[in-house]
Design a protein around this ligand. Structure first.
Ligand code: SER
Length: 312
């Protein structure tokens, strides 16, 4: 069997996806590519390098006989505002390198888009699959560009590239990244370490969210679906739950009644205000059977237990 390459292998999604792929296809079938961060207990095939380096990427595909790429390397919304040029290079140029390799070597590709592809002109509730995509962050701009590139490579060259518009993903294996939805992970570090958290979003900033196990399950289901079931080649709307910081706080108070949260919104609040609150993901549900499992209470328990164990 040809091997699977995962870029951004130690990021928020990669840290959960790589072990799942290793479990499903065998540890020898997965190549983890990292730019800087590598977890010290990683076991498996590891490569160091940058997705902006097209020669390195081409060499890796040949060296490891790659047949599939999960291209997860990317800057998030808040990080992208700090370094917009870098966000473009990694998020767009990096994706183009992957798609060019996919065209040359008939690789199957997964690439994540995001709710950040939406913008202030998108409806706030139940966003349909086909809607206005006018984001105001560089991250969002790179996601819309990437979605169109994916569709173009599918239509023009037959590249089997599949994509999901990830909502805020909440897991505990990786450190939370430089995103806007990541308060929902940081809050648990505050809870376990200090019994206090200063939230950078307003109490009522409702955003689409998902527990990481659901995201991994959905990603693998999308990639396993027969090609004729995939009707969207830009990126699928993909949803589970939506909640506000206040609602998450109230959920935590049920088992940690002394926990204190203060709301001190910063520039990330404006990013959140540009995004929708709920998403209509019926295309994913109808086309390839997407279904989430984790609601807010279940996600809260899983994150609390996971982060407590990680810290202690
Ligand atoms: N989690 C991402 C962010 O907040 C959204 O895709 O940047």
């Amino acid at each position: 069997m040809k091997r699977i390459l995962v870029t951004g292998a130690f990021g928020l999604v990669g840290s959960d996806l790589v072990p799942e792929l290793q479990k499903k296809f065998g540890p020898d079938s997965v190549v983890a590519l990292a730019r800087e961060t590598v977890s010290s207990d990683f076991k498996g095939i590891l490569e160091k390098g940058d997705v902006r380096d097209s020669k390195l990427m081409a060499d890796l595909v040949k060296k490891h006989d790659i047949g599939e790429i999960y291209h997860l390397a990317g800057l998030l919304s808040a990080g992208g505002e700090k370094q917009p040029d870098l966000a473009w290079e990694i998020n767009v140029d990096g994706l183009k390198h992957v798609l060019d390799l996919a065209k040359e070597h008939q690789l199957k590709v997964f690439w994540p888009s995001s709710i950040a592809a939406f913008g202030p002109s998108t409806p706030k509730q139940n966003v349909p699959q086909h809607t206005s995509l006018e984001p105001t962050t560089m991250y969002g701009v790179t996601k819309v560009t990437g979605e169109l590139l994916c569709q173009y490579y599918f239509e023009k060259y037959g590249v089997d590239v599949r994509s999901l518009r990830y909502p805020g993903l909440n897991g505990y294996k990786a450190k939370p990244g430089d995103g806007t939805t990541e308060y929902a992970i940081h809050i648990f570090y505050g809870l376990v370490k200090d019994n206090y958290y200063e939230c950078f979003l307003q109490a009522d900033a409702r955003l689409p969210m998902m527990y990481m196990d659901d995201a991994i399950k959905g990603t693998l289901a999308l990639m396993a679906a027969p090609s004729e079931k995939i009707t969207i080649r830009t990126s699928y709307n993909f949803a589970a739950i939506s909640f506000t910081p206040e609602e998450l706080y109230q959920e935590i108070l049920k088992f940690a009644p002394d926990f204190k949260v203060e709301f001190k919104p910063d520039s990330r609040q404006k990013i959140a205000e540009g995004w929708p609150q709920t998403i209509d993901d019926s295309s994913a549900r109808n086309d390839w059977g997407w279904k989430h499992e984790f609601d807010l209470p279940k996600m809260t328990q899983a994150l609390y237990e996971g982060i407590k164990q990680k810290i202690n």
